[in-house]
Write a protein that binds this ligand. Sequence first.
Ligand SMILES: [Zn+2]
Length: 241
Amino acid sequence: MGYTILRSPATGREPPHWDAKGLIDSRCGTLAGVTDFQALLDAAAVDPRSPAWNKIWTQSCHQDTCDPASAVLLPWLARTCAAFPAEDREKALVLAGFIAVDADANSRTLHADDIAMLRALTLDTLATGTASDEMFVYLLQAVLGFEGDETWGKELDHLNDGEVDVQCPACDEELLIELESQDSPVEPGLSSPLAARLHSTAVQAGRASVATGLTYLFGRVTCTSCGATFPLADHLAGHAL
Ligand SMILES: [Zn+2]
């Protein structure tokens, strides 16, 4: 092992603390937690379907945010994903994408080679064609996470939900927009170079449904409250874009 990942026991509902330097946490210093987490990593590394992956996931990410200290996992994730066959590394790559997008700038620089490798592995997996459409979207989102896109590295999976919250820039009304429904208030389009790139990737991969969904996510919405029109993707609720 080139390094050891340690964590202190979780306290209450607080996210577990990971010692980014790989040093024993002097406040607790319990080796039991260390051994437990290393055992999880060891179990996960030899079996892409191990339940250990879920535990690693829940200890790394909480709701929509990953602990920035989880960035210490990126080298391990890169090595582990590289050793798995393309069809078995999907979930690990998605986790890595979430970790990368929430890593701080220093960690992203420190782990730049690992992030580049993870991005290449994800593109490779996207090209194999074995992923479901839903997983294709998650993997596409992971690519953006590796690229440091703090919005679409986390928000692209609205495509899988089929709906998205937006805030009308004219009347401030929050609208829940159903993508692709029969009476969707969205006029399909590709409102940015990124939208065009994602659409092109989906088309080239033969993902017609994902490609169509992207035209709604990056389309133009008419506010059902005041009638103003605006690019949906620029006004996701709760996000200053
Ligand atoms: Zn409005």
